[in-house]
Write a protein that binds this ligand. Sequence first.
Ligand code: FAD
Length: 400
Amino acid sequence: MLGTCTALQLVLRGHSVALIDRRAPGGETSYGNAGIIQREAVEPYAFPRDGRAVLKVAFKRGMDVDYHVGALPSLMSPLARYWHASAPSRYRDIARDHCRLIEHCLTEHQALIAESGADALVRKDGYRLAFRSHAVMDSMAARALVLQERYGIRYSLLDGDALAHAEPGLHRRLAGAVHWEDPWSVSDPGALVQHYADRFIALGGHLAEGDAATLTAVAGGWSVQSQAGPLTARHAVIALGPWAQAASCALGYKLPLFVKRGYHRHYRGGPGLQLPLLDAESGFVMAPMADGVRVTTGAEFARIGAPATPVQLAKVERAARELIDLPQPVETQPWLGNRPCTVDMKPVIGPAPRHPGLWFNFGHAHQGFTLGPASGRLMAEMIEGTTPFVDPAPYSALRF
Ligand SMILES: Cc1cc2nc3c(=O)[nH]c(=O)nc-3n(C[C@H](O)[C@H](O)[C@H](O)COP(=O)(O)OP(=O)(O)OC[C@H]3O[C@@H](n4cnc5c(N)ncnc54)[C@H](O)[C@@H]3O)c2cc1C
């Protein structure tokens, strides 16, 4: 999403651009997410500060977070910094910076959706957070009110009857739901990226297969090897999502990046859902998609590339089946992806500090699908040297 949107935003401004990927655009994390353009996600996911919540994770009692014990030594430093950044006094400023990008997510997606003719993929009627208990629903309703007052986020509350009426496929009566009204949802997230990539090509952009590991500085710019031969340009943007760490490290940058892995599987044959539904107490999403109901998991802390351990998905499947029928799994093996995270919950968008003509656009964590067009526009305006529509200072790599 991030690389494709950056390329499209640049070509729309009349630049000559090549988009290089080792596979087709929209085939990795931007394919496998829950497909929600999260206008309500004004505050990023903080590390829990309450001892009980940390113990729940440590003893693997919930299904929203899991971890590989073997990955803990390498994760200690980023997790300690993530915890530190989540302290209320620091988190307030981080949320303010996060919100300044999120507030443009719908308008910037809309511009690219119209540009690429992707309207049929997008539903514009929000998504719901469902609650099994009244106590949790009451505390979330109080938080929704704060988000409405502080940021203008719109929502409505549904009691158990209203939720059952809105989602007739639910076979269990729940306490109710918060319906976030602003977000949009996409029936095939990979296809939306592909639409943006097709528009990029139609406008004269060059899509090439190649390996970012071959990126090298040359006289007057940057060069990368592709199937079509070497490609050279004055500017290069690293927008490799979870793989940005390897590429930036190779150029001498030690950025505090890590991944939160996530799984999904589709199911066909049941009554399905009208809108994406997040089971707020268990931390998983069920989203109606082109391939069936996509059930996605929360976070797994593990090394990128470590073997899949879909225990969370097994637990989530059981919890999801308490709510709706999920008769036929579509895939034999669950999909596994990596949310590209930074220790302070903000993406890295801006110039590479020690390399003229090199730019970074990655680390969008839980909201990269949401932020692609806005972040791509900011990147394009910075490369052009025009006044950016959002102050880029909070996202600079220099903060590390
Ligand atoms: C389960 C789950 C649910 C999620 N739900 C949501 C959601 O509802 N809403 C939301 O906003 N976000 C969501 N996210 C987060 C979102 O998916 C990510 O933040 C986003 O997709 C990151 O996009 P990206 O372009 O940075 O990375 P990617 O989509 O992973 O793209 C990276 C690209 O780099 C390419 N690449 C890698 N290495 C090389 C190389 N050496 N050479 C060439 N190319 C290379 C890859 O092929 C890939 O195309 C979710 C994530 C997960 C895992």
